[in-house]
Design a protein around this ligand. Structure first.
Ligand code: 13P
Ligand code: SF4
Length: 353
């Protein structure tokens, strides 16, 4: 395999501590009673009309939030598609239920709209361990390289990039750049970077970030589970470690994995991605059995086994509150926005071709 050049300084301990804090916040909220649930939903529906707002949710947030987005005329999808929907929908306020980079992408594509989020502290480990100034210094070392970044990054990192890509589009974009003879810097997900290299033969300069949820999936235990369920197909998100990807029948983005569960003939699926996806996957594949892929397990190193602690910070209470107060609005400095939109637009234009 090609040798990649590594960026040395990524502070995993800080990221792990932040994930543990997010999990504490997410799981320490008092339970919501049925009566309160009904009242919160009524308040949210009322405010959506009053504020000319629409809910745009990611597959990884709690099922009841996904359900609410759907039943109120909003949308549930992957990160890029969420931004596209927000752009095409006539509402003047987008309420993005996900993590911060998703709200930022929505704002970059829709500068004239108000973009709110239930909790602005909901970040992503990939975004966290790719600070814009350090990443920019890394890129400066290779001025003749094209900078390609994953969607899970801040607006400032997107502004430093030539291209933004998603897990569903990364391989096609890198193949396109290779054909043009371009040298490539990839960031921040090292596992997705390695997966792209293995598929395309590219030799990229790779930033060493990772997703704290996906990197906890375990190959050895997955092999054993596969043996117990020979009828099951293994569906893996490419943010997972190489050894887990090697056991996959399908490696794809969140939307691609849902499609695979719906279209493949297997009666069951072992799924290596955030378990929030099970809500939409089960709807798309009724009657099929969905099994969580094994991870490090509670009490081990994993703070957030198979469920992103930052996605879990979204709930009915902070959603109702943000709609009523207008708090947690996303703002992006114009010079950053003007540069970041170019890297996103490149992908949108490329996908249209
Ligand atoms: P998608 O872009 O497929 O929605 O994935 C986002 C994500 O955070 C995966 O962990
Ligand atoms: Fe980021 Fe991983 Fe959470 Fe996705 S699941 S938002 S990549 S930390």
């Amino acid at each position: 395999m090609p040798i990649t050049t590594h960026m040395p300084a990524v502070d995993h301990d800080t990221v792990r501590r932040a994930a543990a804090e997010a999990a504490d916040i997410a799981y320490s909220i008092p339970p919501i009673s049925d009566t309160e649930r009904q009242q919160l939903k009524a308040r949210i529906h009322e405010q959506l009309v009053k504020q000319d707002a629409v809910l745009v949710a990611h597959y990884y947030v709690d099922a009841e939030l996904q359900q609410l987005a759907e039943e109120s005329g909003g949308y549930v999808s992957d990160s890029l598609d969420m931004a596209r929907f927000g752009h095409e929908h006539p509402a003047s306020t987008l309420v993005v239920i996900g993590v911060r980079f998703m709200g930022e992408t929505a704002k970059i594509l829709n500068p004239e709209k108000r973009v709110l989020m239930p909790d602005l502290r909901a970040t992503c480990s990939l975004d966290m361990n790719c600070p814009a100034d350090e990443f920019s210094a890394f890129c400066d070392q290779y001025p003749d390289h094209t900078v390609v970044v994953y969607a899970n990054t801040s607006a400032a990192v997107k502004a430093r990039a030539d291209w933004m890509v998603t897990s569903g589009s990364a391989v096609a974009v890198i193949e396109h750049l290779l054909k043009k003879g371009e040298k490539i810097i990839w960031g921040p997900d090292k596992h997705l970077g390695r997966y792209i290299e293995n598929l395309t033969g590219a030799e990229m300069k790779i930033w060493q970030g990772s997703c704290i949820v996906h990197e906890e999936f375990r190959a050895l235990e997955l092999k054993q589970l596969k043996a117990q369920h020979p009828e099951a197909a293994v569906l893996v998100h490419p943010e997972s470690p190489e050894a887990v990807i090697a056991l996959a029948d399908v490696v794809s983005s969140t939307t691609g994995l849902i499609r695979a569960a719906a279209e493949m003939d297997n009666p069951s699926f072992i799924v290596a991605t955030d378990n929030g996806i099970f809500y939409k996957m089960q709807k798309a594949a009724p009657g099929k059995t969905l099994i969580e892929a094994p991870n490090a397990g509670i009490g081990a190193t994993c703070q957030s086994c198979a469920h992103c602690p930052w996605m879990a910070m979204n709930n009915l209470r902070n959603l109702a509150e943000v709609l009523e107060t207008g708090a947690n609005e996303i703002h992006i400095d114009k010079p950053i926005r003007d540069r970041a939109v170019k890297s996103i637009q490149r992908l949108l234009d490329f996908s249209q071709r």
